[in-house]
Every structure is written in C-alpha cells, then in structure tokens.
Design a binder for this molecule. Structure first.
Ligand code: 5AD
Ligand code: SF4
Length: 485
C-alpha cells in the first residue's frame, strides 16, 4: 500500500506526454494520473463528483481486493457510496459455490434496468467468477451492457483498465490465466480505520477435489516477509490495532520464497511490531498445521485465541475422495493437541455436506467429529458442483433430498454444540475490540473477543476502535450480551 501524500508526490512528477512506463507499479501511477483527467471530465459533465459503488461477494480475500479497488477509485476522483444507483458499479465476484454466481446474474438484470435510465452508468465485473471461460462467454452473449471485465490476477492493473474503459465504447475484457507478479505500493481504502486484512500469499496448490479456487486464483505465491512487515507498520502508523493475515492456506506460507520462511517465523516477526495489539489469520489447512505454530501461538501475547480449521468432512473415506490428505483420527488428534496446548482457544470450521458418494454413515462421522471437537462455530455448506473440478466428474452425485437430510442433521449438531461451547465463557470478563454501533439497537456497541466471539454491550460510539474489558452476561448461542467493566 501507499499513503496519499506519498502518491501525490509521485504523481506530481509524472509527465503524461512521456512514454508510458513498462515497470510496475510506476505504470499504474501513470494511469492513475491519466484516469484523474478522465474522471475530471465526468465531474464537469455531471456538475458533481461521479459516484462509485464496489459490491463484494465472497471471502475476506475479496473484501481486501475491494479495498484496493476503492483506494484507486478514490485517488482518481470518484466518490465512494454504497448504493447501486452510483455512476459506476463494480461487482467483485465469488464462484466458490454456484449460488454466488446465480446472485450475480440476478443482480446484473437489475443493473441493466438502471443503465437504461442512465446510459452513462458504467458497470464492471471482476473477481473469481471472471476467471471461468464459460462465465465470460455467457456475459459476452447475454449481458452486453457490461463495460469492463477483469480477473483475479490483474487487479493491480485497475488504473490502466479504468482508462481503457473510458476510452472504449465496447466491452473491455482482460483476463489472465495466471501470474507470478505481486505488485506492491498501490493505494488502499480501508473499510475500518482500526483493523485491516493483509494478504500474505495468493493462490492455492492443494486442489481439494470439490474446490474451484486453485483454478481461479492460480498457484501459491507468498509475499516477502519484509513487504508484509512494512505494510503492517504502515497500517499501525495509520491507526490499525488488529490485523488479519490472509491466504488460502497460511500454514504453507513462505515455502516458495527464495529464502524460505515458515508461517510461525513470520508470526514471530509480526509480533514484534510495536503498537499492533492483535493478530489473526485465515485459513489454516489441517494437513500443514505445525507444532511450531502451536508453540508460537501458545507463547504469543498478540495472536488471537482463534483458529479456523476447515474439517470439510469427518469421514476418512470422503476426506480421501476430497483429496484433503488427513484422516478423521488425524483431525481429532490435531484438534485435541491444540486445545490441550492452548486451553482458551476457540476452534471454528467449514463443513461440506453432500459430496459425491457421501452416505448417511459418512454424515454420522462428521457429526461425531463435531461432537468430539466442540467447535465454537461451523459454517456448513451444501456441496456445489463446480465445472472443471475432479468432483464434478464423479458419477455418484447425492440426491437433493438425501443431502438436505444430512445437512439438517449437521446444522442441528453444530448449533447445539456451539451453544454449549460458547457458554463456557459465561460470567468471564474479557477484552473486546469495539467494532461498531449495533445494527439493531443504537444504544449497544458490538465488540469482538480475542477468540472471535461477538459481544454486544451498552456504550458510546467514541469507543469504536478501542479495546475494552467486557463482562459476558448472557449467552445467545453464537454471541453474548455483556457489560463494560
Ligand atoms: N461446494 C460447497 N462448499 C465448498 N467450499 C469450497 N468449495 C465448495 C463446493 N464446491 C467451502 C469449503 C471451504 C469454504 C471456503 O467453502 O468448506 O472451506
Ligand atoms: Fe479450496 Fe482446498 Fe485450496 Fe481451500 S485448501 S482453497 S478448499 S483447494
């Protein structure tokens, strides 16, 4: 990332009549300056700043990408708003399950009706869904009104793409199959002043047989530790107290660097950053979670007491078909070890129900693991067939009614065990980072405990961004009502 003052200094020295730089990020600085002129024209035409709405689907990785898009838009002169009647609407899409795709198609129809009333309205699509050739074909055929399409690998080129969009009447499409490039030092506009996601790696090499992510996010690439540390230091200087290190599989961080570094070593370096209060990370793959990491977490004052450890299935047979590379027993042993070494930890997980060939007995195994591990929360998904993945070609797809039955049983177990598990905190006083005013009741604040549990309590909005002591009074399943002490 880069701060506005430094960027301004760089932009002042750029001559738009000189040849366009080849190197990144200099090339994008050039296009930010150029885009400013194009946006300025819009400002004159409208008699006000043009507005832009970035709508994010999917995971934390996409949320961070949207902050990067927003940073660039802000620097080029757009006013960021949340309403889709904006002059420019961007959908940052997800394709991990088919219902995410269907939502995008549905909303595109709605955007088209808005564009008919405002022909100057611009529409861009980016993110994981755009990496699928069949999606691009469909949009080219049935959604001709879209102005710009780009993917996950060239998001840093957004300033350049923005200029192409203004200079072309036809749909601009730029999708890359993969990339080795990691471009640093572009502007970012954070959603929260006091907390931030930060990419430590991109892509995934695991190829779980149901998952489309390796195909749309490419091969695993880690950022250099010094770049990560520098970015966190800048964030802390800018008021951030909590960071979330992002990667599809953070436990394999650093393996492909010129000078390999383990994730646990990276955490130890980050821990030293003064002013940083809390460190989170996501996501951990059970097969790569090291004893070294457990030890570092155990001794850390800043690493939060939360581990998201996707189980996916409790059946060893299904896990093998999923290419997860651990057994039910190995997962149970790992969870037990983590809980033994870090007694105040909360474990959360992801579960898929209805993977091809899954029987009610396999679901029983999943339920058995949930009951034994006692997750604080579990995200339960119905298996979604993703074209191009090995599981999509498997013949024994499970009938919908059987999936539904298994899903309901898993959900009920998750709810029951989570309620019991979360209730162990009853009466305790713990530190919470105050995140926002409660959406339903403005007299309450919403805070997050180190172990990721949410607590609502009476308090003043001036406390937002502060870490305060809260006594946990009433357990409401996944969250608490509390009182500040
Ligand atoms: N169907 C259902 N859920 C899926 N996930 C990934 N791919 C699929 C799929 N094809 C879930 C996994 C993963 C989470 C991010 O999404 O549980 O951990
Ligand atoms: Fe998908 Fe598996 Fe990679 Fe996670 S680890 S992104 S589930 S392939």
């Amino acid at each position: 990332m880069i701060f506005t003052t430094e960027l301004e200094h760089i932009l002042n020295q750029i001559d738009l009549d000189a040849p366009i730089p080849e190197k990144e990020p200099e090339r994008q600085y050039y296009f930010i300056k150029k885009a400013r002129k194009l946006v300025e024209k819009e400002t004159q035409r409208l008699g006000r700043k043009p507005t832009c709405c970035v709508n994010t689907f999917g995971c934390q990785m996409n949320a961070r990408d949207s902050e990067k898009l927003s940073g660039i838009l802000e620097e080029t002169g757009y006013e960021l708003i949340e309403a889709e009647d904006a002059d420019f609407v961007i959908y940052n899409t997800c394709t991990v399950r088919d219902n995410a795709n269907q939502r995008v198609y549905g909303r595109l129809g709605f955007l088209n009706s808005m564009k008919k009333k405002n022909p100057h309205k611009k529409i861009a699509l980016c993110g994981c869904m755009m990496q699928e050739p069949s999606v691009i074909e469909k949009i080219k055929k049935s959604y001709r009104f879209v102005d710009l399409i780009f993917g996950t690998h060239n998001i840093y080129k957004f300033p350049e793409l923005l200029c192409s969009m203004f200079e072309n009447d036809r749909m601009v499409i730029d999708i890359w199959q993969d990339t080795n490039a990691i471009v640093e030092d572009l502007p970012v506009e954070r959603k929260y002043p006091f907390k931030s996601g930060i990419n430590i790696m991109f892509g995934c090499n695991n190829f779980c047989s149901y998952c489309i992510v390796p195909y749309v996010r490419g091969r695993e690439r880690s950022r250099e530790p010094k770049d990560i540390i520098r970015e966190i230091e800048m964030l802390v200087a800018d008021g951030v107290v909590e960071i979330m290190l992002l990667g599809q599989n953070v436990n394999s961080y650093g393996k492909n660097l010129e000078n390999p570094v383990s994730f646990a070593q990276l955490l130890q370096e980050i821990e030293k950053i003064e002013g940083l209060e809390r460190i989170r990370f996501m996501t951990s793959h059970p097969k790569d979670l090291s004893d070294e990491l457990i030890e570092v977490m155990q001794h850390s004052k800043k690493i939060c007491r939360h581990l998201h450890l996707p189980l996916q299935s409790g059946s060893t047979r299904i896990l093998k078909e999923m290419n997860r590379r651990y057994t039910k027993e190995q997962y149970l042993a790992l969870a037990e070890k983590i809980k033994r070494e870090i007694p105040d930890i909360s474990l959360t997980t992801d579960i898929i129900v209805g993977f091809p060939g899954e029987t009610p007995e396999d679901v029983d195994d999943t339920i058995d693991v949930i009951q034994k591990v006692k997750f604080d929360n579990a995200f339960t998904f119905i298996y979604s067939k993703r074209t191009g993945t090995p599981a999509a070609a498997m013949e024994n797809q499970v009938p919908e009614a059987v999936v539904k039955e298994g899903f309901d049983r898993v959900l009920k177990t998750v709810q029951d065990t989570a309620r019991e598990q979360v209730s162990r905190l009853n009466g305790q006083t713990l530190l919470a980072l105050v995140e926002e005013v409660n959406e339903q009741d403005a007299s309450l604040l919403t805070g997050r405990l180190s172990n990721n549990t949410i607590v609502h309590f009476p308090g003043e909005p001036s406390l937002i961004g502060k870490i305060v002591n809260v006594n946990l009074k009433e357990n409401h399943g996944f969250y608490y009502i509390g009182e500040m002490i």
